[in-house]
Design a protein around this ligand. Structure first.
Ligand code: PMP
Ligand code: GLU
Length: 398
């Protein structure tokens, strides 16, 4: 008799590093440790009241039954309108799928388009889940090494070389980038889209941080370009911009036949995204797109500037100003080299000795770096800087 054990594919799937670290931080907190948790990126702002109220109303009105697997028809419509108004993205309602957050949107997209063994380019640093999501779709992730000296934006030539060597069928782009905060210029984006188009590659564009940009960084989607239309699937939603983190709702937008196929898959594995969250998302879509962002952005920006100023004062650490999202991707290569440790060891010592939770760059395909989420109150960031300084300046035996 064959014993019951996880199959090979599931054994190749590691736990999400961001979630693992934040659970470890929660455990230490529960033990009474004075933890500063800057691991997972989750805004400290509450979900805006009109959205929360809409969810309460939905329950009171009995709007909690199954919806079509593709989502409430009115939300697909509202989502298409929101994508147009907020991002100048042209998708019709039947080109929009409502999913249970950005993560399932990525999963639905990849499991719908990746053929067995297809190679998928993932420029580093990448969000932790991409390689696992590609493998779960029976594809093969191909990491394009990170380019810190270029502000973490690859040139078209670098992407083209990686595509040609690997024969990749598709690429996952994520701008603003988690963890680096990189935002390419329109010209840089256009040249990368051209490379994909010339090789008939599809593009999966994770735009979950699209509204969080600083220093005049311009939002630009691969789907804005003629050569990107028809080959780009966009992942979007309110997870980060409106703290819909635990609500589990988001959008996948793309060619109608891909969306219809993804909806069929979703009907088998998920059914539908939470009905109550869908009802609440209708309100989020109807809100003037930039109102909540206008409230949050100055706070994120002040925290970002604080970290850039303070971290660059700490020996062994360097931080280039992130232009989007809410992460500081700290270059700790010097400190790691001086102390003879890896970034993973650095993070684990920061957690166990300084009670500061961060994520090692190696989890994002960029060893020697350290990710700090600044979706956290300023007092936590002040504490984090003090603890980093204490760790970096402590005398070590020669
Ligand atoms: N993409 C990126 C780049 C992320 O940082 C995250 C984390 N929230 C996700 C996708 C997943 O978002 P969601 O919580 O909507 O599934
Ligand atoms: N996306 C956030 C992060 O990168 C939340 C954690 C997660 O979903 O993995 O920290």
């Amino acid at each position: 008799m064959r014993s019951l054990s996880p199959n090979q594919r599931s054994q190749s799937i590691e736990e999400s590093a961001t979630l693992a670290i934040s659970f470890r931080a929660q455990q230490l907190k529960a033990q009474g440790k004075d933890i500063i948790a800057l691991g997972a990126g989750e805004p400290d702002f509450p979900t805006p009241e009109p959205i929360a109220r809409a969810a309460i109303r939905a329950i009171e009105d009995g709007k909690y039954r199954y919806t079509p697997a593709s989502g409430l028809p009115q939300l697909r419509e509202a989502g298409a309108k929101w994508l147009k108004n907020a991002f100048a993205l042209e998708f019709s309602a039947d080109e929009v799928l409502v999913t249970a957050g950005a993560k399932p949107a990525l999963h639905m997209a990849l499991s719908t388009i990746v053929e067995k063994g297809d190679r998928v380019l993932i420029p580093a640093p990448y969000w932790v889940s991409y390689p696992a999501l590609v493998r779960m779709a029976d594809g093969e992730p191909v990491v394009v090494p990170s380019v810190p000296d270029q502000g973490f934006v690859h040139t078209a030539d670098q992407i083209a070389a990686a595509a040609d060597v690997s024969g990749a069928r598709g690429i996952i782009l994520n701008y603003p980038n988690n963890p680096s905060g990189a935002v390419p210029t329109r010209a840089q984006m256009e040249s990368i889209v051209r490379v994909a188009a010339q090789r008939d590659m599809w593009i999966l564009s994770d735009e979950i941080y699209a509204q969080l940009r600083y220093d005049g960084a311009e939002y630009c989607s691969p789907a804005h370009f003629e050569s990107g239309r028809g080959r780009t699937m966009v992942v979007g939603g309110f997870t980060k911009s409106h703290t819909l983190t635990g609500w589990r709702v988001g959008f996948l937008a793309g060619p109608k036949d891909v969306i219809a196929a993804a909806a069929r898959a979703q009907s088998q594995v998920l059914g539908n995204a939470c009905t109550i969250s869908q009802e609440a998302s209708l309100v989020a879509c109807d809100e003037p797109p930039h109102e909540e962002i206008a409230r949050r952005l100055p706070a994120f920006d002040a925290r970002r500037k604080f970290l850039v100023r303070e971290i660059n004062e700490i020996p062994g650490l360097r931080l280039g100003a992130p232009r989007g999202a809410f992460y500081a991707f700290v270059d700790a290569r010097k400190l790691c080299a001086e102390r003879g440790m890896t970034d993973a060891q650095l993070c684990s010592r920061l957690l166990e000795e300084q009670f500061l939770a961060t994520v090692p760059g190696s989890a994002f395909g960029a060893p020697g770096f350290l990710r700090i989420s600044y979706a956290a109150p300023m007092k936590d960031l002040e504490g984090a800087v003090a603890r980093l300084r204490a760790f970096a300046t402590v005398k070590v035996a020669p």
